[in-house]
Design a binder for this molecule. Structure first.
Ligand SMILES: [Zn+2]
Length: 320
């Protein structure tokens, strides 16, 4: 706590303007803004609109909302106070929101080995060495995204597609889930996160490549291979998608060591996902038209190699 208070102390309470409506002194104490922006006080008579130029930025206070415009850091944000109240309002009784802060390259962050500090320090480094060095790229990305490829990979911490493939921000639309599975196109249920991402990537962003990438030592595939029951928990009902791969593995890899069966199943489960991609009408239509290409990959981090393959459409001859 002392470290946090020291951290906040760099800018201190004065960096936050009470005029923006934070009544809660605890919240007010823990909120601060980026140092380059000098906040200003909104008088009590300013009910709807006040603007002021400050440090190349224009701060605009409209009713309960605050916007910051101007300069290279142009952005529009809701009032931090309103945001905090909103976030707090979503929590059930007994929980409070603490330690809300904005981090940039100037923020003082301790380095005790705590992983959240690592995340903040990592961002500080990114801001200095990447974001600030590529103003054109990030200005373009602020306008929108035009990724050419969608990747579906595992949530496993050892699989990091951005690092593995040298991807830059804006290059790939990535979904990560347990065992990199794609469910078939189906109307039942309401929370189809992976299907929603696929629909958005294909129909809105219009990516022309989809890659499903499995990996070695996948815990999700191991769960698929070892379970007898696929209901009663979220993992079970999710990895059930890969059952056709398990069936094929047990058929073709019978008698093989378990780790070899899993390696086979990891790749076969990718094929199940590729087949499931084709159950989405907007995907099959584009694949047939040659506008969308779907690929399988398997990243083996034990051997340090990547295997890649593509599914091609070919006309099936019609026999009389
Ligand atoms: Zn995995």
């Amino acid at each position: 706590m002392e470290a946090l208070q020291r951290s906040y102390g760099v800018l201190g309470k004065s960096a936050f303007t009470p005029g923006f409506g934070v009544e809660d002194p605890v919240v007010r104490e823990r909120v601060r803004v980026a140092p380059r922006v000098e906040p200003f006080r909104v008088s009590s008579s300013a009910r709807h609109l006040r603007t002021r130029e400050s440090g190349g930025l224009t701060w605009r206070h409209v009713g309960g909302n605050e916007e910051v415009k101007g300069g290279r850091d142009a952005r529009s944000v809701t009032t931090r106070a309103a945001l905090l109240r909103g976030l707090g309002g979503l929590l059930k009784s007994g929980y409070v929101l603490r330690h809300h802060e904005i981090v940039d390259e100037h923020t003082a962050v301790e380095n005790t080995g705590d992983v959240i500090e690592k995340l903040k320090n990592g961002f500080k480094n990114f801001k200095k060495t990447e974001y600030n060095q590529k103003p054109d790229l990030y200005a373009k990305l602020a306008e929108g995204q035009e990724p050419k490829v969608m990747m579906i990979t595992c949530a496993d911490s050892r699989v990091c597609p951005t690092m593995l493939h040298g991807l830059e921000a804006g290059e790939a639309f990535i979904v990560r889930n347990v065992a990199n599975l794609v469910p078939p196109c189906e109307g039942s249920g309401e929370h189809h996160g992976t299907s929603a991402a696929i629909e958005f990537a294909v129909t809105v962003l219009q990516v022309d490549r989809i890659v499903v990438m499995g990996h070695s030592n996948c815990g999700g595939i191991r769960a698929l291979m070892t379970r007898d029951v696929y209901s009663g928990d979220f993992v079970g009902s999710w990895v059930r998608i890969g059952l056709p791969a398990k069936k094929k593995t047990l058929s073709l890899m019978s008698g093989k060591p378990f780790h070899e069966q899993c390696t086979f199943c990891e790749q076969e489960a990718v094929n199940v996902s590729l087949a499931n991609l084709l159950t989405f009408p907007f995907i099959e239509e584009r694949v047939k038209a040659g506008k969308l290409h779907i690929y399988g990959m398997h990243y083996d981090f034990v051997e340090g190699q990547l295997t890649s393959w593509e599914i091609e459409h070919e006309e099936v001859p019609v026999h009389a």
